[in-house]
Ligand binder design. Structure first.
Ligand code: AAE
Length: 659
């Protein structure tokens, strides 16, 4: 495959480079380690070849506060099982509440905005005091080191306070968004046997109010290990009044003057438990450590995104997606975290742009599907709002189409860095993303993240350039899971990531690394389109189909190789069409575009028009569950319907495929 470099949409100017935090870091690395790191490629190479030097410089330069000093940086580099900073103790909460750069008591730590306009703020001083009180509340409930505190709560101040309080005393945290159905929550929380559950009475979404007290009651019945439920009035004042078996937030935090102390824990002590998407059988509990997350998030936010105390940082997410965990880590670098709770489309698609303008957001993150919706709606936010503070637009969740890049440049701002990033829940980080040193090419992710030894492997395990291959990580990263829950022998961990290429992390995405070092993600490798030996990621297919204004959404499934598949396997394309559009009116053009832009083999055997595409609660297309169901896996094993945004869409898609 040849590489014709696409158009450059953003290029750092000299001042940006000079003032970037990564520049001071690279100068220090050069000085202390005698390395030449004048280009990003050189810096990245050093960061992945000399892991002890790189991560050792990170902790010094970015101010990681160890209570006990580590004996060394990397005790063992073997994967799985790498041992980072053995002997060291620290605490994530200390880094969030007393960030190294800035974080003066009166600086705003968090602004929480709800879709109905409710706005709550806390300065760093206030946040520390709140966390001190909540910590005392947890201690009073008997929560201790290693216990699990879980929350069914939105992206708002109390959730952050409860999390930091739990982390401060070495308890593990896990959260689900309040719109998760009861089964999805039980599937996640029951396995980790929590001591305390933090809940809200309800939530607002799309202009409607949802009461979840029934879900909470159901949940409590199914969590026999609970010692207490802490209940927040979020939608209705007094919602929990008269319910004696819960502790109201006011009573829970009624500990004036309690010290916001933190207990140092070992580097690998569990901080939180995240979950795999929940669409492939029971969710896997992914455990990340205090130390791994502190160093990875400091590196990512300070050096890749250049975030600091002067920034106001938002990423549209719920508490059930790892982007929440990354968002709140904005505190580690002293930034103000701007948290939004509600629908990004209520009252209309302007809501997040308005918030960005009102709050002076500098780094605005969202999902590729939100960008796509804005594009399709013909939105031009720069005409309606003052977005002059915004210097970077982040996008993740699925690959951002080249048209999405164009839209950001044309409709939001031509001088904005487009931060298309990709990684995963499994490492609570982005392997690939941006840097203040590297341009943005249309349709491409700018660079591999420092410390992330990303390669594209062919099936023989050989690295390839400018060809689509399996995304692998060949050296350990500190934020790789310290364990999977209920996996004492580590067999599930090995099966999940290390089976295909022993000693190397296989992530499950297709990726192409260009000769420039930029990257293109081509979709999940477990939902590959394999047509007569030509393998292609689904993202390439969506890029073509969804570039049609007539197509609002789509899903492609390759049934070849599945037992019982019709005609030995078909390529099925489900389409959601714009109002008034008939399939016949676009059929010819669609087929022509797929034939010419992908290959004749990638023209679907059947197009099926549906009303909606099944998506997870985090907005990802449910390709793998559909494929599994069509392969004969019982629905309840293939997917937790509660983990889907629209389970009825799954039923329709499966029924249409079987028609
Ligand atoms: C950084 C990411 O990888 C986020 C996601 O797509 O889940």
């Amino acid at each position: 495959m040849t590489d014709d470099a696409p158009e450059i949409l953003w290029r750092p100017d000299e001042t940006t480079v000079q003032q970037a935090r990564i520049t001071a870091f690279a100068e220090r690395a050069a000085r202390e380690h005698g390395v030449t790191v004048d280009t990003y490629e050189q810096l990245w190479r050093w960061s992945t070849e000399d892991l002890p030097a790189f991560w050792g410089t990170i902790v010094d330069h970015l101010g990681v506060r160890f209570h006990e000093q580590p004996r060394e940086v990397l005790g063992s580099a073997e994967m799985p099982g790498a041992s980072w900073f053995p002997g060291a103790t620290l605490n994530y909460a200390e880094h969030a509440l007393w960030p190294r750069e800035g974080g003066g008591d009166d600086d705003v730590a968090i602004v929480a905005v709800r879709e109905d306009g409710r706005r709550v703020t806390r300065t760093f001083g206030e946040l520390r005091a709140d966390v001190g009180r909540a910590r005392a509340g947890l201690l009073e409930l008997g929560v201790g080191f290693g216990d699990r505190v879980v929350a069914l709560a939105p992206n708002t101040v109390e959730t952050l306070v409860a999390f930091l309080a739990a982390a401060s005393l070495g308890a593990m945290w896990s959260s689900c968004s309040p719109d998760f159905g009861p089964r999805a929550v039980v599937d996640r929380f029951a396995q980790i046997e929590p001591s305390v559950l933090v809940v809200v009475d309800g939530y607002l979404y799309n202009g409607k109010s949802y009461d979840i007290r029934g879900t909470v009651a159901e949940l409590r019945e199914q969590l026999p290990t609970l010692r207490a439920t802490v209940a927040i009035d979020y939608v209705t004042e007094g919602a929990w009044d008269g319910q004696d078996d819960v502790v109201g937030w006011a009573a829970f935090t009624d500990h004036d003057g309690a010290e916001p102390a933190v207990d140092p824990v070992s580097f690998d002590h569990p901080l939180w438990i995240l979950y795999s998407s929940g669409t492939t059988g029971l969710p896997k509990g992914i455990v990340h450590s205090h130390g791994g997350i502190v160093v990875e998030h400091l590196k990512s936010l300070a050096l890749q995104h250049d975030l600091g105390p002067e920034d106001r940082f938002t990423w549209f997410t719920t508490t059930g997606w790892m982007m929440w965990n990354l968002l709140i880590s904005g505190l580690l670098v002293g930034s103000t975290v701007v948290a939004f709770d509600g629908s990004p489309g209520h009252p209309d698609l302007d809501v997040l742009w308005k918030m960005a303008a009102d709050e002076g957001v500098t780094v605005f993150g969202t999902s590729a599907s939100f960008v796509q919706s804005c594009l399709k709606a013909g939105l031009v936010p720069k005409d309606g709002f003052d977005l002059s503070a915004v210097r970077s637009i982040g996008s993740t969740g699925s690959p951002l189409s080249p048209e999405g890049f164009d839209w950001i440049r044309d409709a939001v701002g031509a001088d904005i860095q487009i931060a298309s990033v990709s990684g995963g829940t499994d490492v609570c980080a982005a392997f690939v993303g941006v840097s203040p040193w590297v341009p943005v090419w249309r349709g491409e992710i700018s660079c591999r993240a420092l410390g992330a030894a990303v390669e594209a492997f062919d099936p023989q395990g050989e690295p390839v350039v400018d060809e689509v291959g399996e995304l692998v990580i060949t050296r350990p990263m500190p934020s790789m899971p310290v364990m999977l829950w209920n996996d004492p022998e580590g067999s599930r961990m090995r099966e999940s990531y290390f089976e295909d290429f022993p000693g190397t992390w296989r992530h499950g995405d297709w990726i192409r690394i260009t000769p420039r070092g930029s990257l293109v993600i081509r979709g999940r490798s477990d939902s590959t389109l394999n047509r007569g030996g030509v393998r292609m990621g689904t993202a390439e297919f969506y890029e073509v189909v969804e570039s049609f204004d007539e197509v609002l959404d789509s899903l492609v499934i390759d049934t070849s190789g599945l037992e019982g598949a019709r005609d030995g396997g078909e390529l099925l394309c489900f389409l959601v069409l714009a109002e008034g559009v008939t399939f016949e009116s676009v059929e010819g053009d669609l087929k022509k575009a797929l034939r010419s832009q992908l290959s004749p083999r990638h023209v679907p055997d059947r197009f099926l028009v549906v009303d909606d595409i099944p998506r997870t609660l985090n907005g990802k297309k449910s390709e793998v569950p559909v494929k599994r169901i069509l392969a004969g896996t019982p629905v309840e094993k293939a997917v937790s319907k509660d983990a889907l945004r629209n389970p009825e869409a799954l039923e329709t898609v499966v029924a249409r495929a079987r028609d």
